[in-house]
Write a protein that binds this ligand. Sequence first.
Ligand code: DC
Length: 218
Amino acid sequence: MKKVVAIDGPSGSGKTTIARLIALKLGFNYLDTGALYRAVALALRSRKIEPEDSDDILKNVLDKINVRFGNGKVFLDGRDVSEEIRSKEIDHYSSVFSTRKIVRDFLLGAQRNAALETDLVVEGRDTTTVIFPDAVKKIFLDASVEERARRRYIQFKIKGFDIDMEEARKGIIERDKRDSDRDIAPLKKAPGALVIDSSDLPIEKVEDRIIKFIKTDP
Ligand code: DC
């Protein structure tokens, strides 16, 4: 395994933005694991699979699909679905289907293989605890529910989705609960992780703190 910097944290805490910046600064590759879960949710939903469906039904789909992340984009069976996975529907179903062990097992190899040949900045829930527990540096990026809801609201509005602040807030609370309460790989802080609350911090400050932390020994 090459050098891995792993960034964990709840939905809307800014992991994706900061991971991209850090990867650029370090000259490392970048992996957005949430995008992989979203692509799987898209594959399942486009085949009308429901959250209550059995493992066998899910497996039948997972056996046939190919999900890949490269150059900041996610591909489902060779098709770039980076935009499609950012809908409200996929926001919801990626959180729901990511509670299924069969889905997590399906994506495990793809995530670990990303660090076989290149240094990597990886982000997503459980990347510091389950996927790369031996990462050289671990960061837990947090922000208040209000701030994360505000960011989500703005993101959706820019994309032209119909949403109000209360709906964005409820969505964040619901996903926090599901991501933290699930039995497998729940959201939690890894020992030794640098914890940053980005609620009132400009992105450059967050970036500075992380770069400083990465450059400290060991
Ligand atoms: O980070 P995101 O919002 O793009 O992730 C989408 C969903 O995927 C999120 O609700 C939780 C799930 N996820 C996960 O369970 N484990 C990861 N490593 C990344 C994402």
